[in-house]
Design a binder for this molecule. Sequence first.
Ligand code: AHM
Ligand code: MG
Length: 278
Amino acid sequence: MKEIFEAIKRSAIKIKWLIENEDTGYSKNINSTGDTQLKIDIKSDLVIEEEFRKISSVKEIISEEKEKKTAINENGRYFVGYDPLDGSSLLDVDLSVGSIFGIYENGYSGTDLKAVVYVVYGPRLELVIAHEDVKLYKFTEKGEFIFNQVIKLKEKGYLNAPGSTQGCWSKKHKQMIDDIFASGYRLRYSGGMVPDLHQILLKGGGLFSYPSTTDRPKGKLRMIFEVFPFAFVFEKAGGAAIDGKKRLLDLSPTHPHDTTPCFFGSNEEIKLVIKYNE
Ligand code: AHM
Ligand code: MG
């Protein structure tokens, strides 16, 4: 596991360099979810694959930017599902983006997840490892990631990050979001799930939602690369993550790019989501 964390740290430093120096324009390729890939999405994906090819413990990888699973090392133990550059459409306006890595064993169900790493490319380079607990590391002038703090959610927060288009929400979801704001929560939504969830985690709690909508009944966010990893982080940090009713980590994808509605939060907010979905 340690060598996977180290490979991710090396990738993060290289991707940060790409973000600061490379073209953020579109390529001619379309990925499995139908998004036109940015040149930098493709380059970041290659950087990560290259680093994983240097180590022995990775058996297979599957990336948001790849259609199929890629075999790495037959004798490896772990399966890594990753989103090389999440929120990359925010790069042209210079907002924070991230990379997400789920480290699985045996397969890609929520219960196969053994550890998670996510990277935030913001004004600073930060990296979070969720294993036994959730630890934040900051990249320093020494050229390495230094431990900063253990991340622990409070029982209740004050931030609300409601995803998707309001016009496509169900009445029930709109009512819940309106009620949350009416009870004093503040809106925080950049459109990048990594910085949006990182903010909720570091400010003690709140709710991030990407519900079932009329245009996307199964939500937008992908189980293997986005949803399971953050569900794992939120649970390890003392919060919870559900699809509206069920625990997200109890779900299993039937296809690598399957999506699900998702709600991540501290315990009080998740109790509220359950109440509205009864
Ligand atoms: P991407 O993987 O194509 O970048 O899409 C994922 C992003 C998430 O980071 C973010 O939470 C979500 O899409 C925002 O979607 P919306 O603009 O529909 O709220
Ligand atoms: Mg993504």
